[in-house]
Design a protein around this ligand. Sequence first.
Ligand SMILES: Nc1ncnc2c1ncn2[C@@H]1O[C@H](COP(=O)(O)OP(=O)(O)OP(=O)(O)O)[C@@H](O)[C@H]1O
Length: 328
Amino acid sequence: MSSVIVSLNNTGKQYQHTRVLHNIDLQLQAGEVLGLFGHNGAGKTTLMKIILGVIKASEGQAKVFGVDPLSKQAWQGRRQIGYLPENVSFYDQLTGKQVLTYFARLKAVEVASVGELLDKVGLRQAMDRPVKTYSKGMRQRLGLAQAFLGDPKLLLLDEPTVGLDPTATQEFYQSVDQLKGDGASIILCSHVLPGVEQHIDRAMILSGGRSLAMGTLAQLRRDANLPVSIRTQGLNGALQANANLSQLLVAQGHLQVSEQDKLAVVKQLLDYPELRDLQLEPADLGRLYQHYLGTAAGNTAKSAGGLNGGHNDGQSANIQSQAEVKPQ
Ligand SMILES: Nc1ncnc2c1ncn2[C@@H]1O[C@H](COP(=O)(O)OP(=O)(O)OP(=O)(O)O)[C@@H](O)[C@H]1O
């Protein structure tokens, strides 16, 4: 039996004369992790603020734990929500432990859990130092500990891995998996796409306040129908000599084929005795993201004042895709 934790129906938001969110539909199940992806200004934080009950939707309906997040009944549900804002900031003069104890009291969570959480995010050694002496990554980890207080049933995480090194990022995703395993629902906004895919159940791609795509990565791949990459080793020359396969070559030993032709091409490749290795790579999240944004941009260009009224913040390349990410 599934239970819906967040329900948005045709939800929109307007500031004065500007609509920043349009017709968003979302049913987030218990134990489900949703990745929310979009450029700066796409509407991710606005969506989170509606769910948190910080701002009121201008259109449609929002329900969190079955009630309107702005209603009097929402306070009970609010205690089960963990929120990590983007660019988290704390009281600099307090120590990490004092900050977390303060938030524990605000949330009516057992103060005894503070030490365990500081351990979990690797801040035990630094817990008695003022936050002003913390690095960016340490502040971010303190923010995560704050969001994890009280074993929340719903977690809203805005850019949670910003400032984290690869090890801390990996540990963060382990915590996400653990919380999901315990039945928590998570909405995770990120500009950094590599590493996210295996931890999310569904993705929503937002642009100009509209949902361009929503579904599991398998669904998004199927709908996008992007070619699959096949990288081979040992077939130099043989691929060029084959009239069919040579047409699929995009680089030495690297073919791109449609989903439909994939199996037939692999069978053909396996017939070569000189084949030493073969790797199949379906479109990753970065490619899917670029595809859906590109489709929306194409539609906008076709219909004057189309999808987002020409608004794309002029930031078409600020999401890190697999190809762009640099080792930290
Ligand atoms: N209080 C406000 N008044 C007017 N416009 C606002 C207000 N808050 C946000 N906006 C606008 O709403 C749009 C969506 O903003 P939002 O913060 O939700 O985007 P975002 O996807 O979270 O971006 P980022 O990745 O930069 O955090 C932006 O164009 C922003 O300027």
